[in-house]
Ligand binder design. Structure first.
Ligand code: ASP
Length: 342
């Protein structure tokens, strides 16, 4: 089709690309050469669609930053040849991969739409067919010759979210994803309704792909009764450069002397500690309560309303890019890709 939007579908694995083996009944990945048999309606779309399958295909629980580097490299290589990209990915770690890609793809001016499903395409009741077709429509959508979604996003059920604002929230419902601190970029019903005020604006600059990630990072989720041994063990992790402290409410933590002193010593030795709330909505506000005043005093960095998925991948990107700790501290509190409300 001449002049039809060109879309590259990248299949990484996950439930969406599975069919039931007719003999054993077990789920197995299907070869995308037969995708038109699974979704015949694809042939009726006025788009030029190409497919790229990773080998091996993986359950997204086996996802790894090295895979993100391949994925970002593939998008870089194909960037000029396509108008948009659809990435089929297992839902379990989709929010991590999509967040990572949002940081790795600087000056992205084309849609990179992640989707997957709770039921495989080969199952009659699958949610994968709608997710897949709507994602292709969104990846192909343009207005005044400019893509409508010039950013990395996740489409699931009937909503499109900014990737680095999204978490998986439900292992059962088709409505598996959630973006508590940022509105949906689009809602799909009879019409696709784009929420233009919240969609990123293209900057028409050249794509820069960051392929250095440093994953010497960790997460310490607080809970009432957390022991000194546990905190010490994680702070003494060999090679650890940055730690997300998953705090209560608006960024609060126990006020025990031993706890604050351990964190303070670690920060003095160069560890970056980033305060991210365990809440799915709302923001860290260091100093709002007595229970976060000390964190601010010793140099813990506030993560505002960032998701954990976004925070951990942002740290990998910043550390991998070789910024010094002062710059990292500043950039963690800067909105780089729409991931944080400042
Ligand atoms: N375990 C699967 C995965 O994340 C689940 C899914 O595809 O939704 O790869």
């Amino acid at each position: 089709m001449k002049n039809a939007p060109a879309i590259l579908v990248i299949y990484t694995g996950g439930t969406i690309g599975m069919i039931q083996n007719p003999e054993t009944g077990a789920l197995q990945p299907f070869n995308f050469d037969s995708v038109y048999e699974q979704i015949p309606v694809l042939e009726n779309l006025d788009y030029n669609i190409d497919f790229y399958s990773f080998d091996p295909l993986i359950d997204s629980s086996d996802m790894h930053p090295e895979f993100w580097i391949h994925l970002a490299g593939l998008i870089e290589e194909k960037y000029e040849s396509y108008d948009g990209f659809v990435v089929l990915h297992g839902s379990d770690t989709m929010a991590y991969t999509a967040s990572a890609l949002s940081f790795m793809l600087e000056n992205l001016n084309k849609p990179v739409i992640f989707t997957g499903s709770q039921l495989p395409l080969g199952v009659i009741r699958t949610d994968g067919r709608e997710n897949f077709i709507n994602s292709i429509e969104i990846a192909a959508a343009s207005k005044d010759n400019t893509p409508v979604i010039p950013e990395v996003a996740i489409y699931f059920e009937n909503r499109l979210f900014r990737a680095n604002r999204t978490s998986k929230l439900n292992a059962e419902n088709f409505n598996a994803f959630y973006s508590g601190n940022y509105p949906a970029l689009a809602e799909v019903g009879v019409h696709v309704k784009y929420n233009y005020n919240y969609i990123g604006k293209p900057n028409f600059k050249k794509l820069i792909v960051h392929k250095e990630l440093d994953y010497n990072v960790g997460i310490l989720k607080l809970f009432p009764g957390i022991s000194k041994n546990t905190v010490e063990a994680i702070l003494n992790t060999n090679g650890l450069k940055a730690l997300i402290l998953e705090t209560f409410g608006a960024g609060n933590a126990p006020t025990n002397k031993w706890f604050i002193e351990l964190l303070e010593q670690a920060i003095k030795k160069g560890l970056i500690i980033y305060n991210v709330t365990q809440c799915k909505e709302g923001s860290v506000e260091i100093g709002k309560y007595e229970t976060s005043v000390d964190l601010g005093r010793i140099g813990v960095i506030g993560g505002n309303d960032i998701t954990t998925e976004s925070a951990i991948t942002k740290l990998m990107y910043l550390l991998g890019s070789g910024f010094d700790s002062e710059a990292i501290s500043r950039l963690l509190q800067t909105d780089l890709r729409g991931e944080i409300t400042i």
